[in-house]
Design a protein around this ligand. Sequence first.
Ligand SMILES: *[C@@H]1O[C@H](CO)[C@@H](O)[C@H](O)[C@H]1NC(C)=O
Ligand SMILES: *[C@@H]1O[C@H](CO)[C@@H](O)[C@H](O)[C@H]1NC(C)=O
Ligand SMILES: *[C@@H]1O[C@H](CO)[C@@H](O)[C@H](O)[C@H]1NC(C)=O
Ligand SMILES: *[C@@H]1O[C@H](CO)[C@@H](O)[C@H](O)[C@H]1NC(C)=O
Length: 395
Amino acid sequence: MGCVRLSVVLLIAIMISTMTVLGKEVRVNQSTSGLFWSTSKEDGDFFRKEDSEEPVALSENDELDGGFSSLEGMLQWAIGHSDPAKLKESAENVQRQRMSDDELKKRQVEIQELMEKLKMPSDAELMKIAINDLNNSSVSVEDRLRALEELLLLVEPIDNANDLDKLGGLNAVARQLDNIDPDVRKLAAWVLGKASQNNPVVQQQVLELGTLGKLIKMVKSDFTEEATKALYAVSAVIRNNVNAQEVFYAEAGDLMLKDILSNSGVDVRLRRKCVFLVGDLAESQLENGHKAKLPFFSDHVFLNAVVNLTFSDDLDLQEKTLVAIKNLLELRVSEASVFRELCALDKALESMRLQLQQVMEDETRRDYAMDVEILRREVELIFYKKLDKGVQVPT
Ligand SMILES: *[C@@H]1O[C@H](CO)[C@@H](O)[C@H](O)[C@H]1NC(C)=O
Ligand SMILES: *[C@@H]1O[C@H](CO)[C@@H](O)[C@H](O)[C@H]1NC(C)=O
Ligand SMILES: *[C@@H]1O[C@H](CO)[C@@H](O)[C@H](O)[C@H]1NC(C)=O
Ligand SMILES: *[C@@H]1O[C@H](CO)[C@@H](O)[C@H](O)[C@H]1NC(C)=O
């Protein structure tokens, strides 16, 4: 703690020395120590304060999500980003210049003013700036991407996500899904997903915008990154939301899942997300039921594609597939005999058992493989129980 206090003193000393050179344009630049704040418009001014002449920029991208609530917070940040040896050296240089008490007091007041000026804008202000950029058709692709990246961080706290629509942001982001640049579309989908995650308010707002259908179509994009983020967004919008799931089925989301799962050329990340969503939907069907009839869950082409994923050599995908199969088996509409006759689930599970045994020989993957094996046995048990029942009560 004593060390931190000392550093604060040193830092202030450095700021005093720097400020004298600054003149009107407020600038704290101790680049040799890794500390840098700038208010210059040329320096990639991402944060523009619209109402003041001096825009505020912060060059540390990884510090964008919070802002500084206090002078101390700011100093702590500065200290964390500084090289202590260089700080000390600089401070000694300052001390050599010797200032009178009056001078020092005056400087302290100046520093206080500097800190006021450097005060970071609120999250709402930052969101407005980003939304403004998205709405501005003459903004470059680069700035558009930056605005979306900024929103991606900003919508993480639920209060901010809830503010997004009030600020016109949901609409502005959703319109980026039509952008000609695939990276812009990808980020827009990502932001929508992030804002909707575990947030029924935003889920409903996205539905009202009519964006779910567009996101579902985007999942078929040839650009894997775009497809993956679109699927992430689809999942986030419909998760634990029966109403949204009805819209999902109405927009042929089930066909989209079937297409992707049957296409063995699809990227493994996309397949993982896809099969995870299948498990999620089956679980939701199990818990809530749906107004709509869902032939999807008894469609043997679809079930076959799911079972086929057990042959993957990706443990994560296998695990998610087992969860999906487990939930599907527990649905009343699914028939164990279909799983056996048309999907050869018995053979798939046996072959998976042998494969997992081999993986367990690799020490680095043993624990994970054992977890998957436990799940596999559970699925096997449910499957044979269901088969038995089917035999006892023939239809
Ligand atoms: C910081 O100041 C030094 C000279 O004092 C200058 O060379 C450098 O370009 C400045 N850095 C930035 C990022 O403004
Ligand atoms: C739109 O962006 C352009 C280019 O960055 C800028 O010159 C203009 O001032 C912006 N318009 C608004 C209304 O923000
Ligand atoms: C951006 O555009 C949307 C949709 O037209 C609008 O609702 C919102 O108010 C605009 N926001 C800003 C900051 O320009
Ligand atoms: C099952 O997977 C294999 C490759 O792992 C693929 O060639 C085959 O088409 C898939 N079958 C179905 C029905 O998805």
